[in-house]
Write a protein that binds this ligand. Structure first.
Ligand SMILES: *Cc1c(COP(=O)(O)O)cnc(C)c1O
Length: 407
């Protein structure tokens, strides 16, 4: 099956032949006896007890995402940030270190600073390449975390060489694949061990639900000598990571996804292929157009002179995603350009069907120092554009008039 077919035909079967999973908008599930509830509550029998611990609609969403990414299972979370947090805290403890890219999503950079209070420190590489991160490994390193296509730096990880280095050091590679989506790449095929998505973005696609998901490839073995918490989960074999998370931090922090949002994500998921095809094609055309305009410079990995152009061909099948950044010359001109756009919404989100623009330096990166902003590719005149599915003629005309007005 190809991409669009498989999304529709790998859905779990539903009662009464319903083509979509119904929304189980309930908190608790009654079981026939105290014995049955004891078993279900402790994950010793199939079934549901309480929606923080498990819910059939959320379960259906998790199964569809796991199948789509080619993983052994998935755990849905209340937000992308919850997914990022849980994916790491499931394996870390005080004294451990993370290696990460400095061009990451602003919220993730802020999270790494928050984790310092719990004795977990992060060492940053300007961009994550095998060469750059090699010197950052220490005896305390327990995870390498980065985004496949950095948001908003738009640097792309060469998964094969980075995962080979991680595995030679006995460390898992955790990839935030939000901006790439399963439409561009299945990171497990290139050696990633754990994948996370902010499903608030392209997977939902309509900008109507905050949510995240963690998918495990099942290929990394978390040895208990190094990953202390895994001792009692050894018996789960390749399911140890998911079993530990589901029975531990995820359940106990209450990071669960609401059934309604899981349903909205499944509705969105079914058109992921169609939307991405259109968004990527629009982004490529808009970037080509903008690169001919005086007064702005454009960064898009699909342009021939972009340093990641080769990797887009070899790793992403020639599709470079649907985010681009522009530099307008000054903050004033960036604001003027944003305010002159008619069809782009000024909003802090990506992956919507609508084109969205934002000035990252004054919003998503306000908590970062200037140095941290610069290494994330955020300049005072940078505008991030999340390209939607509008007609490309309207988008190019709109950007042309806005550039003209901002001069
Ligand atoms: C938006 C985003 C997140 C955070 O997701 P939320 O759903 O907003 O919590 C994490 N990583 C990337 C790459 C994102 O774009």
């Amino acid at each position: 099956m190809n991409f669009n077919t498989s999304i529709l035909h790998s859905a779990p079967e539903n009662e009464n032949g319903s083509t979509m999973s119904p929304i189980y908008q309930v908190s608790a599930f009654a079981q026939g006896s105290a014995e049955k509830l004891e078993q279900v509550f402790n994950n010793k029998a199939p079934g549901f007890a309480y929606s923080r611990i498990g819910n059939p609609t959320v379960d259906a969403f998790e199964k569809r995402i796991a199948a789509l990414e080619g993983g052994i299972g998935a755990i849905a979370c209340s937000s992308g940030m919850a997914a990022v947090t849980m994916s790491l805290l499931n394996i870390l403890q005080a004294g451990d270190e993370i290696i990460a890219g400095s061009g990451l999503f602003g919220g993730t950079i802020d999270l790494f600073r928050d984790l310092e209070a719990f004795g977990i420190n992060t060492r940053f590489a300007e961009t994550v390449t095998a060469e750059n991160i090699k010197p950052l490994f220490t005896e305390h390193t327990r995870a390498v975390f980065t985004e496949l296509i950095g948001n908003p730096k738009l640097d792309i990880v060469d998964l094969k060489s980075v995962s080979e280095l991680c595995h030679s050091k006995g460390i898992p590679l955790i990839i935030d694949s939000t901006t790439a989506t399963p439409y561009l790449i299945h990171p497990f095929e290139f050696g990633a061990d754990i994948v996370v998505h902010s499903t608030s973005k392209y997977i939902n696609g309509g900008g109507n639900s905050i949510s995240g998901v963690i998918i495990d490839s099942g290929s990394f073995r978390f040895e208990a000598e190094r990953y202390k918490g895994f001792k009692e989960y050894k018996k789960f074999g390749k399911f140890a990571y998911l079993a530990k998370l589901r029975n531990g931090l995820w359940r106990n922090t209450g990071a669960c996804l609401s059934p309604f949002n899981a349903f909205m994500n499944m509705v969105g998921l079914e058109t992921l292929g169609l939307r991405m095809e259109r968004c990527c094609s629009n982004a490529q055309k808009l970037a080509e157009f903008l690169s001919t305009q005086d007064g702005v410079t454009v960064n898009y990995p699909g342009l021939p002179d972009n340093p990641y152009h080769e990797l887009v061909q070899s790793q992403l099948g020639g599709r470079a995603g649907a985010i681009l950044t522009l530099r307008a010359g000054s903050k004033e001109r960036a604001f003027k350009l944003i305010n002159s756009l008619q069809y782009a919404f000024s909003a802090t989100n990506i992956g919507d069907v609508r084109t969205l623009v934002i000035h990252p330096s004054s919003t998503i990166y306000t908590h970062s120092s200037e140095a941290a902003q610069l290494s994330a590719g955020v300049y005072s005149d940078t505008i991030r554009v999340s390209v939607g599915i509008e007609d490309i003629e309207d988008l190019t005309a709109d950007f042309a008039q806005a550039i003209e007005r901002s001069r």
